[in-house]
Design a binder for this molecule. Structure first.
Ligand code: SAM
Length: 450
């Protein structure tokens, strides 16, 4: 097989990144955009020893699960790389990810529920982080083509709250009007790198973050004054990111208009959210995810609860009024400040959050003799560490509720807990990210009977 060769392929599977999978002359071929059951003519893009990448030239036999995507850019950019598959099949794809991982781990007996669908299939994101670049001498917002830094200009971000798209376009036009240069990442010059916009569905408040190369730029006062006139914008932040890096946000934020946070709500609990704080992006699905996790925790009024990887305290503060005490830890300081402020904001006096790495804080607490009843963990994609797991077990909880955005690391960690006398019999996938291959899942570990 050679680059640029055209081959006819039968697609037999979907990879975890939602690429069609085919086999040809002993090679596994990943075909962008192709679906199982389809026969396609594809052009070979790259050939490695055991696998190759190809793109569709022509669909000879089309899958009945295919959706005609209006804007092919969504799929191309990876912004919504499952958008070409019917929603019920997306849910099945996500469930299958979990089933396959359990199968590989010899855990076929674990039950995997149907994926809980999201109330909104599009327009669900309460936050957009979009790159800003010059394209043909004009400042554009958009998204990078998959596996590249080529900006595809976009004005409809599809999975984002349409109110946020409206603000993104308005800010883009203001930057154009004042001739603010976009960031040039090759030479590390120019100015605006990203626009980061957050909107609370509950309060309607909107935060606009201009991620900039410099702490200030000549047009900033006029630009800020005009952005502040966009309806519902209550906060404008300049995030200073001077480094040549792929990391989106720099360390320092400067308020250029309004508040340093916006306020949102999950259930009855209010949350202030600062620019650097993590907040679940699917506003309508988040309470359903938390309710599932909380129901499974079967909390009692005398329980001591840990909220690990707590972000702004959303899980712990949602349960604080029903338990004896909540203690949480989180590595981002502004998020911890938010969490403690959020406790006060809601009149909660039995919850306390500290700054630190979970894998360091948990062992410290365990060594101090802390005993717990229920531990909630909600780590980033890389999952937990063995140090955290050992320390969590040492505090002797009845239950550990594991919320994960990466079932591969979740299954790995659940096995480590199993070796330490905890067991689980079910994983529930929840769709937090429709139109994308991302899978969220919840599992509950209980102390195994001796
Ligand atoms: C998936 S988020 C969950 C946040 C929160 N539970 C929620 O539902 O909004 C994971 C959080 O873990 C934090 N984090 C990442 N690495 C960490 C570590 N080593 N120790 C503690 N927190 C960490 C991130 O900053 C982020 O807020």
């Amino acid at each position: 097989m050679q680059k640029n060769q055209i081959v006819e392929l039968e697609i037999t599977d979907l990879s975890y990144e939602a690429m069609g999978v085919a086999h040809y002359e002993g090679l596994t071929i990943f075909v962008n955009n192709a679906l199982p059951g389809e026969i396609v003519k594809a052009k070979v893009l790259k050939v490695k020893k055991k696998f190759a990448f190809a793109k569709i030239e022509e669909i000879i036999k089309e899958s009945p699960d295919r959706v005609k995507v209006k804007l092919n850019q969504w799929v191309q950019t990876g912004l919504a790389s499952l958008a070409h598959i019917k929603y019920d099949k997306q849910l099945e794809f996500k469930r299958n990810q979990v089933v396959n991982l359990l199968h590989k781990a010899d855990l076929d007996q674990i039950k995997v529920d149907q994926t809980l669908p999201s109330p909104e299939e599009t327009g669900y994101r309460n936050k957009a982080q979009v790159p800003v670049r010059m394209v043909n001498d004009q400042l554009e917002i958009g998204f990078f083509r998959r596996h590249s830094h080529d900006l595809v200009p976009l004005t409809n971000f599809f999975t984002t709250d349409p109110e946020i798209d409206r603000v993104l376009i308005a800010v883009r036009d203001i930057l154009r009007k004042y001739k603010v240069p976009a960031y040039d990442e090759i030479h590390n010059k120019g100015e605006v790198r990203y626009l980061d916009v957050r909107r609370s569905k509950a309060s309607g408040e909107i935060m606009v973050i201009l991620v900039c190369l410099h702490r200030d730029f000549p047009q900033l006062p006029k630009v800020a004054a005009e952005i502040s006139q966009i309806p519902d914008v209550t906060s404008i932040i300049l995030n200073h990111n001077p480094k040549k890096t792929n990391v989106i946000l720099g360390k320092n934020d400067y308020v250029v208009f309004g508040e340093d946070h916006i306020t949102d709500k999950i259930g009855d609990v209010k949350f202030r959210i600062s620019p650097q704080s993590f907040f679940q992006i699917n506003s309508l699905q988040t309470p359903r995810l938390y309710n599932l996790a909380i129901e499974k925790a079967d909390l009692k009024p005398e329980d001591v609860v840990i909220d690990a990887y707590s972000g702004i305290g959303t899980i712990g503060l949602s349960v604080a009024k029903h338990v004896k005490a909540v203690r949480g830890m989180e590595v981002i300081k502004p998020a911890v400040d938010d969490a403690n402020a959020n406790a006060k904001l809601n009149g909660i006096t039995n919850a306390e959050y500290v700054v630190g790495k979970a894998e360091e804080v948990m062992p410290r607490w365990a060594n101090e003799g802390l005993k717990t009843d229920v531990i909630f963990v909600d780590p980033p994609r890389k999952g937990l560490t063995p140090e955290f797991i050992d320390a969590a077990v040492k505090t002797n909880p009845k239950k550990i509720v594991y919320i994960s955005c990466n079932p591969a690391t979740q299954v790995r960690d659940l096995q480590l807990f199993r070796e330490q006398g905890y067991d689980f019999n079910e994983i529930d996938p929840v769709d937090m990210f429709p139109q994308t291959p991302h899978v969220e899942s919840v599992a509950v570990l209980e102390k195994a009977e001796k």
